[in-house]
Design a protein around this ligand. Structure first.
Ligand code: PEP
Ligand code: MN
Length: 343
């Protein structure tokens, strides 16, 4: 439920409400909107609670949230979430943000060459995997800590925020030391203990949709992070499993448009994993812009033929530059111009 405060409520009113929420085993989160202040309440709520809180001082009304997900819902908060990153980059503020880089960090030169190329083409955030979730344990599983160190060197050299995946609770602290955004991969969308832990860091988290995750399950997963008092959640549509075999996954463009209506959280589209084919990345990037995405995540490799992971879906730097040029025209046309470059 949400408790909508009167315009003239006092701190004392808030304290009393919080006290009663605690006594009832409920948790309140204050959200200050442009017009009113509300308290989003989560926990085992019953109809008596609504009556009780609507009678308290300073309260204008109490409204039931009909959706199972609460903190992520526009019913609770209609103001778009803006996730602030270092180097003056923001996600979800009405400008378009591009995250790009290699699937896996393989070595110094591969990462730095890619970082240089994506930065000069206009990317805002550098991606690179150090802990890789691979279908086969015999595939390259990432450089681990050494990869994180390379990523943070590239961050300083190219002045861009970085994003990398955290695979397990064991590594949350380590990855949080090096990365500006913690990526939760598709395979971990419902690893609820991991979601709790990344939530507790307070750092921005990008939550990828699971291979077979429904939109409701995806938003409920975001709720685990949000309910740790961490509002810095970015969603990422990366394609779902369908019967179709011609593409690696089916990029769910309707999900992008729908989630923008259901939730105030920013939505990024990942057409690299969404299609698995580099020559579909540009058209599906443009389609994502049109569907209302707040940004893209694109895999780029200087030499995709020899990439240690996801070569077939990785763009060469010149194709990435081409994509940026056309995406920036389209993002202007839909009223969500490219964000200014990190500095
Ligand atoms: C990735 O971003 O490299 C990745 C493994 O993505 P996903 O979790 O969407 O498969
Ligand atoms: Mn990948």
């Amino acid at each position: 439920m949400i408790i909508i405060m009167k315009n003239n409520f006092s701190e004392k009113d808030l304290n009393e409400i919080n006290l009663r929420l605690n006594e009832s085993g409920l948790k309140g989160q204050k959200i200050e909107g442009t017009e009113k202040t509300v308290i989003a309440v989560v926990g085992p709520i019953n109809p008596e609670h609504r009556d009780e809180f609507s009678r308290m001082d300073g309260v204008a009304s109490v409204v039931r949230i009909s959706k199972p997900y609460k903190l992520s819902s526009r019913e609770t908060n209609d103001q778009d979430t803006v996730v602030k990153l270092p180097f003056n980059v923001q996600v979800g503020d009405g400008n378009f943000v591009v995250m790009a880089g290699p699937c896996s960090i393989e070595n110094h030169d591969q990462l730095f060459e890619t970082a240089q190329a994506v930065k000069s083409a206009g990317a805002h955030v550098l991606r690179g995997g150090a802990f890789k979730p691979r279908s086969s344990p015999y595939s390259f599983r990432g450089l681990g800590k050494e990869g994180l160190q390379l990523l943070s060197q590239a961050r300083s050299k190219y002045n861009m925020p970085v994003i990398t995946e955290v695979l397990s609770v064991r590594d949350v602290e380590l990855v949080a030391q090096y990365s500006d955004i913690l990526q939760i991969g598709a395979r971990n969308m419902q690893n609820f203990i991991l979601l709790d832990e990344v939530g507790k860091t307070g750092k921005p988290v990008m939550l990828k949709r699971a291979l077979a995750g429904s939109i409701e399950e995806w938003l409920l997963a975001s709720e685990y992070i949000l309910s740790q008092d961490n509002p810095n959640v970015i969603l990422c549509e990366r394609g779902i499993r369908t019967f179709e075999q011609a593409t690696r996954n089916t990029l769910d463009l309707a999900a992008i448009a729908l989630v923008k209506q259901l939730s105030h959280l920013p939505v990024i589209s990942d057409p690299s994993h969404g299609t698995g084919l580099w020559n579909l990345v540009e058209p599906m990037s443009l389609a994502s812009v049109a569907a209302g995405a707040d940004g893209l995540m694109i895999e780029v490799h200087p030499n995709p033929e020899v990439a240690l992971s996801d070569g077939p879906q990785s763009l060469k730097p010149d194709n990435f530059k081409k994509l940026m040029d056309v995406a920036s025209k389209l993002s202007d046309a839909v009223g969500k111009p490219m964000a200014s470059l990190p500095y």
